[in-house]
Design a protein. Structure first.
Length: 107
């Protein structure tokens, strides 16, 4: 559904890109349009970026203690689970609407 402030965007892609996109679309529970599929994949990519940033921030703090043997294997395992759970929670709360609030210049 188009919103009042939505902007149209066009791009050129290869046949291979479209085949790959269409293959992915067919794996989804409800077949999204190509435009919706691209939106979903971009959102997933942005979420992954948040996930990686989150893990890197946590590891920057904890790696010295892990490397020095400051944690038992059980603590490291529990930490890995906590990092994963926290990162998933962050991914779920990413505000993808911020792009509409702070649009960058179109190239």
């Amino acid at each position: 559904m188009a919103l009042q402030n939505d902007k149209q965007f066009q791009m050129r892609v290869s046949e291979e890109f479209l085949r790959t996109l269409d293959d992915w679309r067919r794996t989804q529970p409800e077949l999204p349009s190509r435009a919706e599929a691209i939106r979903q994949l971009i959102q997933r990519g942005l979420s992954l970026e948040v996930y990686v940033e989150s893990i890197n921030e946590i590891l920057d703090v904890l790696m010295p203690a892990i490397a020095s043997g400051g944690f038992s294997q059980e603590q490291v395992d529990r930490l890995a689970i906590a990092i994963n759970n926290q990162s998933i929670q962050r991914m779920r709360t990413v505000d993808f609407e911020r792009c509409k609030e702070n649009p960058s210049e179109e190239g």
